[in-house]
Write a protein that binds this ligand. Structure first.
Ligand code: KG4
Ligand code: ZN
Length: 334
C-alpha cells in the first residue's frame, strides 16, 4: 500500500509517500514558510493558509516526480486533521479530499501529535512499545506514556506556554530571528553559563506538568533592565542562561516520568527535540538513569508529511477505518 501524507497544521507544508511493502518512505518534500513569517517574529495564520494554497500542489508534483509514481497509484491519503490553525488545516484537508475524490481512494484524518509521537519509528528499527514520549513543539509540551498505536496516556503538560513558543518569544525579545529555537541554540554556544541563573519552574512539583511563562518573564525583566548597548554583548549570556534553565526542567521531568512508570525507553519528538543541547544532556544522563533515548531524524522533528503518512499507515495496519465521505472534518483543538 502507498500512503500519501499531507501536513499543513501550521507553517510548514509537508508531503510524503510511505510504502508499506518496503516499510519505508518513497520520497518526502517540505516547504518551510519561515521566510514568510520571519518579519513578524511568529506565524501569521492568514499568511500561513494562503502560502499552503500556493505550495501544496507544486509540492505534490515534485513528490510524484521524485518517486516516479502516478497519482492513481496512491492507495490512501492521510492528512492532518488537527490540532492546528483552522485555515491551514482546511487547506490540507480540502486538498487531501479533492485528490482522493478524483482518484476514488479513501482518506484518513491524522492527529498531528500522533504523527510526532510515531516519527522516531521512521529511523529506529529497535524502538518498541511502550515508551515515554516528550513532545516538545511550538504548540505543545507534553509527557505521554505511549502504550501502542492509538493508546496514549497523558502524564503531564504545560499549564501555560509551550517550550517552542517560549524559545520563539525569547528570541524575539533578543531580536534574534524566527524560528527562535535554532537561533537561541546557536548563540548560546558563545554564552557564559554563570552570568544569568534563571528559575527552573515546577521542578519539584509532584507531577509531570510544566510552566514556562514565569521563566519568560524573568528573562524579560533582565532584558528590560539592561542598557541597549550592553544588551548586544549580553545576548549570548542571556540565551545560555535561558537554555540551561529550560533544558534542566525538560530533562528532570523526563527522568521523573521514566522512574515513575518503570519504563526505560524515552522518545523526544517535536521541533524542540531537534535541539542539540537538549539531546546532549539526555544522552549524557542515560547511563546514570539507565534509559535508552530515541529521536526522529532532525528533518522529521519539525513538522513534516512523512510522520503523517507513517501514522496513516500504522492506523490502517491496526484496523482503524479510513473514510470516503470526503468531509472537511478538521479539529483545530484536537
Ligand atoms: O514541531 P514544530 O515544527 O511545530 C509545531 O508543531 O509546533 O515545532 C516548531 C518549534 C518552534 O517553536 C521552534 O522554535 C522550535 O520548534 N525549534 C527548536 C529547534 N528547532 C525548532 N527549538 C529549540 N532548538 C531547536 N534546534
Ligand atoms: Zn508539530
Amino acid at each position: 500500500m502507498i500512503i500519501l501524507g499531507i501536513e499543513s497544521s501550521c507553517d510548514d507544508s509537508g508531503l510524503a509517500l510511505y510504502d508499506t511493502h518496503i516499510k519505508n518512505l518513497r520520497s518526502h518534500v517540505i516547504c518551510s514558510q519561515n521566510l514568510v513569517h520571519k518579519e513578524y517574529g511568529g506565524v501569521v495564520p492568514e499568511l500561513a493558509a494562503r502560502t499552503h494554497i500556493q505550495t501544496i500542489i507544486p509540492l505534490l508534483s515534485k513528490l510524484l516526480k521524485n518517486s516516479n509514481l502516478e497519482l492513481k497509484k496512491i492507495d490512501i491519503i492521510a492528512y492532518t486533521r488537527g490540532p492546528g490553525l483552522p485555515g491551514s488545516l482546511l487547506v490540507g484537508s480540502s486538498i487531501a479530499c479533492s485528490i482522493a475524490l478524483s482518484i476514488n481512494k479513501p482518506v484518513i484524518g491524522i492527529n498531528h501529535l500522533e504523527g510526532h509521537l510515531l516519527s522516531p519509528f521512521l529511523s529506529n528499527n529497535s524502538l518498541t512499545f511502550p515508551f515515554i514520549a516528550l513532545l516538545v513543539s511550538g504548540g505543545h509540551t507534553q509527557l505521554i506514556k505511549v502504550n501502542s498505536i492509538g493508546n496514549y496516556f497523558l502524564l503531564g503538560e504545560t499549564l501555560d506556554d509551550a517550550a517552542g513558543d517560549t524559545f520563539d518569544k525569547i528570541a524575539k525579545m533578543l531580536d534574534l530571528g524566527y524560528p527562535g529555537g535554532p537561533e537561541i541554540s546557536l548563540i548560546s554556544e558563545f554564552g557564559d553559563p554563570n552570568i544569568y541563573k534563571f528559575p527552573r519552574p515546577m521542578l519539584y512539583t509532584n507531577n509531570f506538568n510544566f510552566s514556562f511563562s514565569g521563566l519568560k518573564t524573568s528573562v524579560l525583566n533582565v532584558i528590560k533592565n539592561i542598557k541597549l548597548d550592553s544588551l548586544k554583548k549580553e545576548k549570548a549570556n542571556i540565551a545560555r542562561g535561558f537554555l540551561d534553565a529550560i533544558i534542566d526542567v525538560l530533562t528532570f521531568k523526563c527522568i521523573a516520568a521514566l522512574k515513575n512508570t518503570g519504563i526505560n525507553k524515552l522518545v523526544v519528538v517535536g521541533g524542540v527535540g531537534a535541539n542539540k543541547q537538549l539531546r546532549k544532556k539526555l544522552n549524557i544522563l542515560k547511563k546514570q538513569y539507565n534509559y535508552t533515548v530515541f529521536y526522529p531524524k532532525k528533518e522529521f522533528c519539525t513538522d513534516n508529511g512523512a510522520m503523517i503518512a507513517f501514522a496513516g499507515a500504522m492506523r490502517i495496519e491496526n484496523n482503524y477505518k479510513s473514510e470516503s465521505n470526503y468531509e472537511f472534518n478538521i479539529k483545530p483543538q484536537w
